[in-house]
Design a protein around this ligand. Structure first.
Ligand SMILES: Nc1nc2c(c(=O)[nH]1)N[C@H]1C(S)=C(S)[C@@H](COP(=O)(O)O)O[C@H]1N2
Ligand SMILES: [Mo]
Length: 319
């Protein structure tokens, strides 16, 4: 994710260097994350990495999985965007390594325009739902993509349980705000906490997942533990991490990225090769681990499932 220039101006120039020093001080990862990042485009190195054993049992094989080969576990867990843990790709794997173990129990509130609001411990929240494996393409607005075998359940299942009322037109999601645990929140890179939103029909679409794991294991901190959204036909920043609140609302939620750069990041943010970002083309993408770029597909290739949601909408206007 690129930082809007006006925000960059506020960031101390030492930010990245601080992280390097931090890396040197903390010997426990010994810089492997940084090395992995540097070598991500060299596919042979990526393939050599090991995939740990799955720990979830009885996962149902979900619908809609792509047949494409998954991006190696090492890349998925060391090349991350999670600004709460630093603005470069390597920092989240280092700084979020012991997150959210310190925040147990993890509480999620469900509120707003619904008949069954509630506050749940993470374990209670997910207990009623059947966990599936779903292998999805994932496209970041920055022009790279991955294929990730998520573990999760349809957001629609949770919404049905919460019973939204007729005023509920959108769903708003909020990430934990805890500058103590999330060092990135000590800097005004974004207007914290990170907020995202979906229109109700997008939220109810069977592709939309609440994810609690990947590669058959619980999410690591850097991927948004313990629970995050996955919306595979939208740019990656819609897939908000480490969620603590899900709220049914009447008016369109203003996301953290809309506030940071309203001209650049719209509410819909559907993957669309025909609509360029103001500062770069979106027509092609680099699949992490591959050398040659490939063409980006409209709705990230999920048009059969989601194009009807936008019938009659001008996708050049509703970015
Ligand atoms: N709370 C929060 N959620 C976030 C982000 C973030 O900085 N903070 N980054 C987003 C972006 S830009 C991307 S591309 C994806 C990256 O997810 P991954 O690191 O699990 O691949 O997370 C999204 N969710
Ligand atoms: Mo992204």
């Amino acid at each position: 994710m690129s930082i809007p220039k006006k925000r960059l101006g506020k960031m101390p120039a030492g930010e990245i260097t601080d992280h390097k020093l931090y890396l040197n001080r903390r010997q426990f990862i010994k810089g492997t994350a940084a090395i992995a990042t540097a070598s991500l485009l060299q596919s042979s190195l990526v393939r050599a990495a090991e995939t740990p054993e799955p720990t979830f049992t009885n996962l149902v094989t979900g619908n809609y999985s792509t047949q494409e080969s998954s991006t190696p576990f090492d890349a998925v867990t060391t090349y991350n965007n999670f600004y709460e843990f630093g603005i470069d790709k390597a920092s989240p794997a280092i700084l979020a390594a012991d997150f959210p173990d310190k925040i147990k129990p993890w509480r999620v509130t469900i509120d707003g325009e619904c008949d069954k609001p509630g506050e749940y411990d993470y374990d209670d929240l997910i207990r009623p739902f059947t966990l599936e494996e779903r292998i999805y393409r994932f496209r970041c607005v920055e022009g790279w993509s991955m294929v990730i075998p998520w573990v999760g359940f349809p957001l629609a299942d949770l919404i049905k349980r919460a019973q939204p009322n007729s005023k509920a037109k959108f769903v708003q999601f909020t990430t934990l705000y805890d500058p103590q645990q999330m060092p990135g929140q000590r800097r005004a890179v974004l207007d914290w906490p990170y907020v995202e939103g979906l229109r109700m029909d997008e939220a109810m679409n069977p592709l939309t997942l609440l994810s609690v794991g990947l590669y058959g294991r619980e999410l690591l901190g850097q991927n948004g533990a313990p629970i995050r959204l996955v919306v595979p036909w939208k740019y990656g920043f819609k897939s908000i991490k480490s969620i603590v609140n899900i709220r049914f609302v009447e008016t369109l939620p203003r996301s953290a990225w809309m506030k940071a750069g309203p001209r650049e990041y719209g509410f819909y943010s559907n993957v669309n090769p025909n609509v360029d970002h103001p500062r770069w083309s979106q027509s092609r993408e680099r699949r992490i681990g591959e050398l040659l770029k490939r063409k980006t597909e409209l709705f990230n290739g999920y048009g059969d499932e989601v194009a009807h949601l936008y019938a009659g909408m001008d996708l050049k206007k509703y970015i």
